[in-house]
Design a binder for this molecule. Structure first.
Ligand code: PLP
Length: 456
């Protein structure tokens, strides 16, 4: 994408050009990523809208890669946060007991766990997703005394050494400098094509003493692979996976870091499947406000930690506890929010399917569940071009998948209908424009007119 940074005449020393990202380009490490695709200086955000230095607005279909399920600066959460700060309450607390921390646990237990008949111990890890995954893997290994963790093709679980070993993409694995260890990969649902139940293969590998697969401590799985390209595991596949874990005495870890907190239509993404994971990881939208926070939920009998055996300075981010509690109380008191997620997810899916149906060469296809929806564009070039064109038109949307071939709609769950429709309209226009640009894909005039008419 071209650098769309703009310059403005300054009237004195110290004036900075608007949307000048030269400081970042000069000083920030090459490892930076999202800012390369959206090269402006963002200054404000409210709800589902971002604003840059120039005052230009963007509808946010990225939502902090799933960390902003309730949008930016939710007013109810903000009020609770400001009130807490104004009263000089504890901000940093290591893992000491604070009112904010206990209140979060009470709310989580009474509004999330108990209504779902779930009983779990809560471990506060360092505040990013990968911290939770590292802890989850240690719990499974220490409890079972076994080393191997089974992960799945296209899985993404983080980039620290333990979690990256469970991450499939070589882009991340190659960056480690040492061989990632302790994991074995099995085919995810759909990886071997339609009609192949890949859990049967796992079952066979676990049953056959000559398969070469050491008895694993655990299986770690995403119910929908977020970074891996919005690959959706069927409910039957998840149920079968749980059954196989039970049959072979293997723990089941569900990594709900990206798809939890309501993204798929229920608080936990596995609720519809009716499975009962031994360990669950949560982060991203858990704080509700984009503040860093992560937890591991484990069945009580798995809690064999010695005090401080897995620690970390930032396990007591009380501002995150305040907003996390507020988010739970605001959005998860009854079933109304879940209904809304399902309704909006239906709108997104319908529009994406319409795009896919209009393209009779079958380049595009839609998939997803709840508000985790995506448009597969087959090539990374096409998906990236659509993302770039959408950004020029005022929509932030990212790609995912092994080749970045999938446009991922991670829309704030509480987006207004009007913003949702405007965002989807920009996406549709950008798809058509991108298809028209690529010579060997270009639509003929007739098809273009038809598309425009249908989408109008
Ligand atoms: N697990 C899943 C399923 C994720 O999607 C991610 C991040 O995208 C992680 C773990 C790692 O989280 P973090 O980037 O906060 O370390």
């Amino acid at each position: 994408m071209k650098d769309i940074a703009t310059k403005e005449e300054g009237d004195g020393e110290g004036d900075k050009a608007i949307n000048d990202i030269s400081t970042t380009n000069r000083l920030e490490s090459n490892v930076r990523s999202y800012c390369r695709n959206f090269p402006v200086v963002f200054t404000k955000a409210r709800g589902s809208t971002l604003e840059d230095e120039e005052g230009r607005e963007y509808i946010d279909f990225l939502a902090g890669a799933g960390a902003l399920n309730y949008g930016h600066n939710d007013p109810v959460l903000k009020e609770k946060l400001l009130d807490y700060i104004n009263r000089d309450q504890i901000v940093h607390g290591l893992d000491m007991v604070t009112g904010a921390k206990q209140a979060f646990m009470e709310a989580f237990d009474s509004l999330i766990l108990k209504p779902r008949k779930m009983s779990y111990k809560i471990q506060f890890t360092g505040p990013t997703g990968t911290n939770a995954v590292e802890a989850a893997m240690k719990i499974a290994r220490n409890y079972t005394g076994r080393q191997t963790i089974v992960s799945f093709t296209n899985g993404f679980h983080g980039v620290t050494l333990g979690s990256v070993a469970a991450t499939g993409n070589s882009h991340f694995r190659d960056g480690c400098g040492i061989q990632p260890q302790g994991t074995v990969f099995m085919p995810y649902d759909g990886y071997m094509g339609e009609g192949v139940d890949t859990t049967e293969y796992l079952d066979k590998m676990l049953t056959d003493g000559s398969s070469g697969l050491d008895h694993p401590a655990a299986v770690i799985v995403e119910t929908i692979q977020g970074e891996g390209g919005i690959n959706v595991a069927s409910q039957e596949w998840l149920r079968s996976l749980e059954e196989i874990c039970r049959k072979h005495d293997v723990l089941l870890i569900v990594d709900d870091i990206q798809v939890g907190c309501g993204r798929t239509g229920t608080f936990f993404s596995f609720e519809e499947a009716g499975i009962s994971p031994d360990i669950i990881t949560l982060s991203k939208s858990l704080s509700g406000y984009g503040l860093p926070m992560a937890v591991v939920l484990m069945k009580p009998q798995l809690d064999r930690w010695k005090p401080g055996e897995h620690n970390g300075t930032f396990r007591g981010h009380n501002l995150a506890f305040v907003t996390a509690r507020a988010a739970i109380e605001e959005y998860w008191r009854d079933a109304a929010f879940e209904k809304e997620i399902k309704r909006k997810g239906g709108i997104v899916r319908e529009r994406l399917e319409r795009l896919a149906d209009l393209d009779d060469r079958g380049i595009l296809s839609a998939r997803g569940r709840g508000m985790m929806q995506a448009l597969d564009c087959r090539t990374g070039d096409l998906a990236s071009r659509i993302s770039a064109l959408a950004f020029e038109r005022g929509l932030v949307i990212e790609t995912s998948g092994s080749e970045d071939q999938v446009l991922k709609c991670l829309i704030p769950l509480n987006i207004t209908d009007d913003e949702l429709k405007r965002g989807l309209a920009i996406l549709e226009e950008s798809v058509i424009s991108a298809l028209l640009e690529i010579p060997d894909l270009a639509l003929d005039k007739e098809v273009e007119t038809l598309w425009m008419e249908v989408l109008a």
